[in-house]
Design a protein around this ligand. Structure first.
Ligand SMILES: Cc1cc2nc3c(=O)[nH]c(=O)nc-3n(C[C@H](O)[C@H](O)[C@H](O)COP(=O)(O)OP(=O)(O)OC[C@H]3O[C@@H](n4cnc5c(N)ncnc54)[C@H](O)[C@@H]3O)c2cc1C
Ligand code: FES
Length: 367
């Protein structure tokens, strides 16, 4: 068994090394010269250096395509239609495409390389996505593993977003990363504050971006973000809401709650917040303050591993256990889920079993 695991590890290490080698060789030897990219029937024409990935090439030209995985081919968000010049669909793309998308030339822009002139089609809304320069004006530990990053926007000075959406944060080249990388972070602050945003970032062991953010980022630093992105945002309706978050998955739910309090959207709403122990709870005061403004709001923190010193007499177990205990008929509910993918899979299954229809379950998986 140990030999098998070691074998698999060395094989995946070898594959990663070969991929890196190929990428490096490509960067050094391949020369595709200048290429033209014609967008939306010629509405925009770009002249670019060939050889790069379409996602990054467009980004260099100030056109931002939604992406949550930083171009690693694992989020499926960076879809554009490539009408000419994209070459064949790659095996890395097929898991993210349905039959209609295959037929209409939809591609993952992070997987398509610009080798020749391209004709592409993108939604007009993508032209509204911007890159921002921002200043770090606050860094606050919220729990032993979670930090709040407070950014003031410099240029452009304002961002317009829907509560629940995310931005991409650019981590510059540093000893943990030979090149800049982008990672998605949800906006935790209210949408009414357009000149500043707050992010809530969990440190991931050996994580490229979060190691930088937790150990090297300083107050006063200038950073780059782009956005806003995503279709995880509050829908207009008067349905009862159920919100479930784990860890930093509370971030977009806070932005939604702020918006509800600001706009007096007093729908019945229960927020379930799942963490391990009391030290992992954060924004407790803010949640209670917002709850006081919303007459039909209920807050249910759930600890999966309470410590003896926590003296916890609230809900325990997985956050979905608490939901299962409470929700018997979800047929008139709308659900907003955010956090770790395992929780979200379990919550979607449970909510559907309890009658919440699939089209009323919205989620962002952090992973
Ligand atoms: C739409 C969206 C919104 C997001 N919003 C937030 C947010 O508000 N706050 C936040 O903290 N994160 C958020 N994330 C996750 C974030 O984008 C990064 O994936 C995360 O910060 C890890 O980045 P990294 O570069 O440090 O780790 P990487 O270097 O990318 O990964 C290192 C290793 O850790 C694993 N890993 C990656 N993410 C996690 C994780 N969350 N838990 C455990 N292991 C992990 C990877 O599989 C890999 O093996 C969001 C993700 C998405 C898709
Ligand atoms: S950027 Fe995530 S799949 Fe392309």
């Amino acid at each position: 068994m140990v030999t098998l695991v070691l074998g698999l590890l060395s094989l995946s290490g070898l594959c990663a090394f070969l991929a890196l080698l190929l990428e490096a060789a490509h960067a050094v030897f391949a020369d595709y010269g200048p290429c033209r990219i014609s967008i939306n029937g010629g509405a925009k024409e770009l002249s670019v250096k060939g050889g790069g990935r379409l996602l990054g090439t467009l980004m260099d030209q100030g056109i931002f395509i939604p992406s949550a995985c930083g171009g690693r081919g694992s989020c499926g968000l960076c879809k554009v239609r490539v009408l000419e010049g994209g070459g064949p669909l790659l095996p890395t793309e097929t898991p993210y495409m349905n039959a209609q998308e295959v037929a209409d030339g939809t591609r993952l822009s992070c997987q398509v390389r610009v080798r020749t002139d391209l004709v592409i089609q993108i939604p007009e809304a993508f032209f509204l996505i911007r890159e921002f320069r921002a200043r770090v004006v606050g860094l606050k530990p919220l729990t032993p593993f979670i930090k709040e990053v407070h950014l003031k926007l410099l240029d452009p000075p304002e961002i317009v977003f829907k509560p629940g959406q995310f931005i991409q944060f650019q981590v510059p080249e540093y000893e943990g990363s030979p090149e800049p990388v982008y990672r998605a972070y949800s906006i935790a602050s209210p949408a009414r504050l357009k000149n500043e945003i707050k992010l809530v970032i969990t440190r991931v062991e050996r994580g490229v971006a979060t190691t930088y953010i937790h150990t090297l980022l300083k107050e006063g630093d200038e950073v780059r973000i782009n956005g806003p992105y995503g279709d995880f945002y509050l829908r207009h309706s008067d349905r009862e809401m159920i919100m479930i978050g784990t860890g930093s998955g509370l971030a977009p739910l806070m932005s939604i709650l702020h918006h509800m309090a600001d706009e007096k959207i007093d729908r019945p709403c229960t927020l379930y917040f799942g963490v391990k122990s009391r030290q992992d709870l954060f924004y407790q005061e803010e949640i209670h303050e917002l709850g006081a403004k919303l007459s039909r709001f209920r807050y249910v923190p759930v600890l999966s591993q309470p410590l003896p010193e926590d003296r916890w007499d609230g809900e325990t177990g997985f956050v979905t256990d608490a939901v299962a205990r409470d929700v018997t008929d979800g047929s008139r509910m709308e659900a907003y889920l955010c956090g770790n993918p395992l929780m979200i899979n379990a919550a979607v299954k449970l909510l559907m079993e309890r009658g919440v229809t699939e089209d009323r379950i919205f989620f962002d998986k952090f992973g």
